[in-house]
Design a protein around this ligand. Structure first.
Ligand code: SF4
Length: 297
């Protein structure tokens, strides 16, 4: 394996989620990535909104956390799990998060509080679907043979280089399998073909770069945990990778165009980061408070 560290630079790094937000609403993107440059609102106010979580987001975070804990435990002991304790642990996490975090649904008055059971119902469905799937015994019996070389979330937020472009791709689990490598990312949301494809390409590119692997020796899987367990594997050839590299480059330069200093990642004026015209999207945005009064949301 290679060294995962890169020399620190401030230059903007591409990721699927960053570009997705850039496309969705430029103003949301500005507040999310460049809030400290804003002169209209205090940074503390912007950060408070940025740090709000939502019920669907937190359900996914808890599922990821429990599965991460499961994999880390497997590295220590291969003993079968106590299912009762496994679900108790998930329940405890739901309680902790519902008590300690600020939710958009509460902040914007849609409901007065978020209960642990509101989180747990969905979390337990995802976890149950996983441990009842064929992937679970595969992890326990096959993948575990390679546990010393597992990567449970890549280091440095998944920083990598895609055709020399700084990028971030954060998968959940990587295991060697003889001369191959398998990468798995748990999903608690709904499939999105375009996004899924980019994510799988990103994970494969990460492994090509850091592990010096041929793309044909890498299997990247999106593991959907609900409504029932299913997996997405998209076959990719050299042509697909070449066009993915071009796409990453194009999207990166589109985002860098909104910087007055791209090397230092300093944004242009806020006014050019236009608010979305699709007000439906505003219903789910953390920064509604800042746009309120300018438009109907
Ligand atoms: S409230 Fe709407 S316009 Fe304002 S930042 Fe959010 S998505 Fe964009």
């Amino acid at each position: 394996m290679t060294n995962f560290d890169f020399e620190f630079t401030k230059i903007l790094g591409w990721s699927v989620s960053r570009y997705n937000m850039f496309q969705t609403c430029k103003r949301q993107y500005y507040y999310n990535y460049y809030g400290k440059y804003d002169t209209e609102y205090p940074t503390s106010e912007i950060n408070k909104l940025k740090n709000l979580t939502s019920i669907p987001l937190m359900r996914g975070t808890i599922v990821h956390h429990v599965l991460e804990t499961l994999l880390k435990r497997l590295k220590v002991t291969e003993k079968n799990i106590d299912k009762n304790k496994f679900f108790q642990y998930a329940k405890k996490e739901c309680r902790k998060k519902s008590n300690n975090l600020a939710f958009t649904e509460v902040y914007y008055g849609d409901q007065s509080s978020v209960s642990a059971s509101e989180l747990y119902e969905d979390v337990s469905t995802c976890l149950k679907n996983f441990i009842e799937s064929d992937r679970f015994p595969w992890v326990m019996e096959e993948a575990v043979k390679y546990k010393d070389n597992w990567i449970i979330e890549p280091p440095n937020f998944g920083e990598t280089r895609i055709d020399d472009i700084k990028a971030y791709t954060k998968f959940d689990f990587l295991t060697p399998l003889d001369d191959k490598v398998m990468i798995i990312d748990w999903k608690s949301g709904i499939p999105d073909e375009n996004k899924d494809r980019k994510q799988l390409m990103g994970y494969t590119s990460w492994a090509c770069y850091h592990l010096k692997k041929d793309p044909q020796k890498i299997v990247a899987v999106l593991s959907y945990l609900k409504p029932e367990y299913s997996e997405t594997i998209i076959p990719m050839d050299d042509f697909d990778f070449r066009s993915f590299y071009r796409q990453v480059k194009k999207e990166t330069y589109e985002m860098r165009d909104y910087c007055k200093n791209a090397t230092e990642n300093i944004p242009k004026e806020k006014e050019i980061f236009m608010k979305t015209s699709n007000e439906f999207l505003c219903q789910y945005c953390n920064f509604r408070d800042l746009c309120k009064g300018d438009k109907l949301i």
